[in-house]
Design a protein around this ligand. Structure first.
Ligand SMILES: [Zn+2]
Length: 153
C-alpha cells in the first residue's frame, strides 16, 4: 500500500487511543493489516529480492506519496499542540505505521544489500493483496476517508 494511507491510519490509532502501550504496537501492526487490503502501488522489487530499474513515473509517485504522508502526519500531530506528549505519540505512530517499508529503502535506493533486508523484502512481498490500479487506488482513498472519519469522531 502507499505510505499516505498507512500514515493516516497510524495517526488515527494514536489520536483515538491516546494510550502509548496500545497505540505503538497497533500502529506498527496496522501496516500488515493494510497490506492485506486489495491495493495498487509501484513495484520496485522482484520476487527474488532483486531491485527493478525505478522508472521516472514510479519515482514521481513515490516522492509525491512520501511528501503527502509526511505533511499529513505532521499536520495531524501538531494539531494536538499544546499537548506535546500527544504530538510525540502521533509522530511515533506515524513512523511505525510505515517502518516496514522504510526498512526496505536502504536496500532499494542506497544499494545497501544486506541479507536480512532481502529476507524482509521477501516477507513483505508475500504479504500483499495486489489489484489493478483503479480498484487499488479506490480502496486506498476509502481507507484514508474512513481513517479521517474515525479520527474526527
Ligand atoms: Zn508494506
Amino acid at each position: 500500500m502507499l505510505e499516505t494511507p498507512h500514515v493516516i491510519v497510524g495517526a488515527a490509532i494514536a489520536v483515538r487511543s491516546g494510550n502509548p502501550y496500545l497505540a505503538i504496537p497497533l500502529s506498527f501492526l496496522s501496516h500488515f493489516v493494510l497490506d492485506e487490503v486489495p491495493h495498487w502501488n509501484p513495484h520496485l522489487t522482484t520476487k527474488e529480492g532483486g531491485v527493478k530499474k525505478v522508472d521516472p513515473n514510479s519515482l514521481k509517485l513515490i516522492t509525491l506519496d512520501s511528501t503527502i504522508a509526511l505533511i499529513s502526519g505532521s499536520v495531524i500531530a501538531f494539531s494536538a499542540l499544546p499537548d506535546f506528549n500527544r504530538v510525540l505519540l502521533i509522530l511515533i505512530c506515524c513512523f511505525l505505521s510505515v517502518l516496514p517499508d522504510v526498512m526496505e529503502a536502504p536496500y532499494i535506493f542506497l544499494n545497501y544489500k544486506k541479507e536480512w533486508i532481502r529476507k524482509w523484502l521477501f516477507f513483505q512481498k508475500n504479504h500483499q493483496f495486489n489489484t489493478n490500479i483503479v480498484w487499488g487506488l479506490t480502496t486506498q482513498v476509502l481507507t484514508i476517508i474512513a481513517a479521517v472519519w474515525w479520527m474526527v469522531q
